[in-house]
Ligand binder design. Structure first.
Ligand code: NAD
Length: 484
């Protein structure tokens, strides 16, 4: 049976890619190919950017409230197709269906938040900045913006940016991850139904050539990127060279502290979800567990027991607790990190390498894996593994935990489980990562707060969504006015 070949969405039409280079899309649970994705080239990017550029003048003149009305329609269309999007997402990405539903919900929340444009995009004024002179700062849309997004959240991440960009009057080009292009294709099919003017939103499939086409294109005003830190660094640098606005969100190595006063039984479900949810492939996932004090052995015992109870399987099955990782390559990379942990002398408490799932001999599965007695300088305490592997670094006190957090190469997120307000305050105050959980394992800002880390986890000044995103997508034009 021949596999579906995906198309680009340009000018409200489904078009075959100019490039004839293609890649495979896999179902990570079955290990089978399910679609073919074009790897577009600069000609494909040129078509999409030209369509977006042509659409811009009329779209920017469309009143903000009228632009928002398209998003109201889109929200309804997404709700009607909610389950279908989640099913496609799980099929190509692997995460369990409830996680996929959660992701689609977070995507829709950004559409909802962006409809507040008529208050969120307002500028400011001051009369009489000098005698008889008034001053206004208007926020104006700028033109064509683009998103380049990762494989772990195929639906949501592009929508941390897209709804705000277009509701502010810009036009848009999305490049989905070539590993999971079907979800955004489904989303564009739904978007197509709401009757946006031609060229306001476009999608080009592909890999590096499409990214470079976007980065080099003189008509692209700004780029929102989410992915690994090396790619984020590349994007940030190239946007600097070509004079584009940029927000580039990178990787993570998140520490979760467990203080002696923590209520570990109440906290355990969220703790387990932090490390093993989405098979550890979240930029907010716990990666290092840092227990402190005399309850450490008890905490570790309960954590390992809870991890052992997770049911591994196809994410589409409602009973599954943890799905496969995203690709065979990702599984191999994680396996290599497990071997490295053993070589470097960490104690392997739980080994997920030999997990078998009945009926799925070819799936990219890995079970929960837990190392104890990890030291700060081991590779598994430093690199982003991006899988269901936990490094336990035992700490003497809160100062040691804070030092551990602040000496990682990444600064995306961190959490503390504690019963002490004093400990919580010190932790919140002193840690570098800019998404912090207190008795919360996944410190995920909702659409109305900014999303993004610090240090090597984020390059640029304006984060994803939140109120500030309107600054990224607009230029503040200041008018100083006097009438004689
Ligand atoms: P990735 O960096 O490999 O790919 C991200 C995007 O960049 C994809 O669209 C890909 O096609 C493109 N790309 C990859 N290599 C490129 C290159 N050399 N030149 C040009 N373009 C390139 O990331 P990934 O593996 O898809 O996603 C996982 C990573 O994303 C993890 O590091 C994770 O922490 C990170 N992530 C971060 C956040 C955050 O908010 N900070 C959120 C989600 C994921």
């Amino acid at each position: 049976m021949s596999l579906p070949v995906l198309k680009n969405y340009i000018n409200n039409e489904w078009v075959e890619a100019q490039s004839k280079v293609t890649g495979d899309v896999w179902n990570p649970a079955t290990g089978k190919k399910i679609a073919v994705v074009p790897y577009g080239n600069t000609a494909d990017v040129d078509l999409a950017v030209a369509a977006a550029k042509k659409a811009f003048p009329a779209w920017r003149k469309t009143p903000p409230l009228s632009r928002a009305r398209y998003l109201f329609r889109l929200k309804d269309a997404f709700e009607e197709n909610f389950e279908e999007i989640a099913q496609v997402l799980t099929t190509e990405q692997g995460k369990v269906i409830d996680e996929a539903r959660g992701e689609v919900r977070r995507m829709i929340e950004n559409v909802e938040h962006a409809t507040g444009v008529t208050t969120l995009m307002t500028g400011y004024t001051l009369e009489d900045i000098a005698t008889g002179i008034d001053c206004y700062g208007h926020r104006q849309p700028m033109g064509v913006f683009a998103a380049i997004v990762p494989y772990n959240f195929p639906a949501m991440v592009a929508w941390w940016f897209l709804p705000y960009a277009i509701v502010a009057g810009n036009t848009y080009v999305v490049k989905p991850s070539e590993q999971v292009p079907m979800t955004q294709t489904k989303i564009m099919e739904i978007l197509d139904e709401i009757g946006l003017p031609e060229g306001v939103v476009n999608m080009v499939h592909g890999s590096r050539d499409v990214v470079n086409g976007i980065l080099d294109h003189p008509d692209v005003e700004g780029v929102s990127f989410v992915g690994s830190t090396p790619t984020a660094q590349y994007i940030y640098k190239r946007c600097g060279e070509t004079g584009k606005r940029v927000q580039a969100l990178g990787g993570a190595k998140n520490v979760v502290a467990i203080m002696p006063t923590a209520d570990i039984d109440d906290g355990m479900p969220s703790l387990v979800a932090s490390f093993f949810g989405c098979s550890g492939q979240r930029c907010l996932a716990g990666s290092i567990l840092a227990p402190v004090g005399d309850k450490t052995d008890e905490v570790i015992k309960k954590f390992v027991e809870a991890a052992k109870r997770i049911k591994i399987g196809d994410g589409i099955d409602q009973e599954t607790g943890m799905g496969p990782v995203g690709s065979a390559a990702q599984r191999d990379k994680i396996m290599a990190y497990i071997e490295r942990g053993i070589e470097e002398g960490a104690t392997l408490l739980l080994d997920g390498r030999d997990v078998q799932v009945d009926g799925y001999p070819d799936g990219f599965f890995l079970g929960p894996t837990i190392f104890d007695n990890v030291t700060q300088d081991m590779t598994i305490a430093k690199d982003e593994i991006f899988g269901p592997v936990v490094s336990i670094v035992r700490c003497n006190d809160l100062d040691a935990v804070i030092e551990l957090v602040n000496t990682r190469d990444f600064a995306n997120a961190t959490s503390i489980y504690t019963g002490s307000g004093n400990d919580a305050r010190k932790f919140k105050y002193e840690v570098t990562p800019s998404m912090v959980g207190v008795n919360i394992g996944i410190a995920a800002p909702m659409s109305f707060f900014p999303f993004g880390g610090a240090g090597n986890s984020m390059y640029g000044d304006v984060k994803g969504h939140g109120q500030e995103i309107f600054q990224f997508f607009t230029d503040t034009k200041v008018v100083i006015e006097r009438w004689f």
